[in-house]
Write a protein that binds this ligand. Structure first.
Ligand SMILES: [Zn+2]
Length: 77
């Protein structure tokens, strides 16, 4: 199954064949990168989601900013 892509550099419409693992497709007119196959993309995305969930839990549970003035203290997360 071919993908139809437009080049960002010259707007040429190109049919891109299925890419091999770690392969890339370039524009035949100007040589710009059209598409790159990234190995382990699902695992990378899952790792980023898990890291963001951990960082979000830490950011919500600890105060980000605290202001103290005249015996009155205000904290925000
Ligand atoms: Zn191009």
């Amino acid at each position: 199954m071919f993908l139809m892509m437009a080049c960002h550099g010259c707007d040429l419409l190109t049919q891109v064949p299925p890419l091999p693992r770690s392969g890339a497709a370039y524009c035949p007119r100007c040589g710009s990168l059209l598409l790159r196959s990234k190995p382990n993309s699902i695992e990378r995305s899952l790792a980023l989601v898990l890291a963001s969930m951990i960082l979000f839990a830490v950011a919500v549970s600890f105060p980000f900013l605290a202001m103290k003035s005249g015996g009155f203290e205000q904290q925000t997360n």
